[in-house]
Write a new protein. Structure first.
Length: 161
């Protein structure tokens, strides 16, 4: 049984003395946590085909400025232009304007470099934050084998597809 579950205070033990001193000062503890996060794998720099991959759009602008080009900004613009051509959303401006019947979801840009050197930005939304519609939408995938069997059965029975 762990020390927390058994009611013992782990900070009171000898091995926890250093953490006990740091935990008293919240600012110092927060700095140590942030330092650990930066060293963690999730926050480590990533590259594809020798090109640094970004985590957010502010770094895209910084990296474009450093490289003297606009590849990342152009890829973002192309992605957003394509989405707005499909009228996927209506721009309501800044603020917390919540329309009735709608759910606010988080969105972000995902960056990648293609094998031919093209820079690609994809706009993704956290669809898991919305409720499933009452008229549940189901999209199935038909295998080629199943399709052939259906076509054969229709042909043998003289049915029209």
């Amino acid at each position: 049984m762990c020390t927390v579950c058994s009611g013992q205070q782990p900070l009171g033990k000898d091995g926890w003395k250093q953490l006990r001193c740091r935990a008293k000062n919240k600012k110092t503890l927060d700095q140590k946590v942030n330092q650990h996060k930066k060293q963690h794998k999730h926050f480590a720099p990533v590259s594809m085909y020798g090109v640094a991959i970004l985590r957010d759009s502010t770094n895209a602008r910084r990296l474009d400025k450093e490289n003297g080009n606009t590849k990342w900004v152009d890829s973002e613009g192309l992605e957003l232009k394509t989405l707005f051509d499909y009228k996927f959303a209506v721009d309501q401006g800044f603020g917390d304007l919540m329309l009735e019947g709608y759910t606010k979801i988080r969105c972000q840009m995902i960056y990648a470099v293609k094998h031919d050197g093209r820079h690609k930005a994809r706009f993704v939304a956290g669809g898991h934050l919305t409720q499933e519609p009452e008229e549940s939408v189901y999209s199935s995938v038909v295998s080629l084998r199943s399709l052939r069997i259906i076509l054969l059965a229709a042909k043998l029975d003289g049915l029209e597809l």
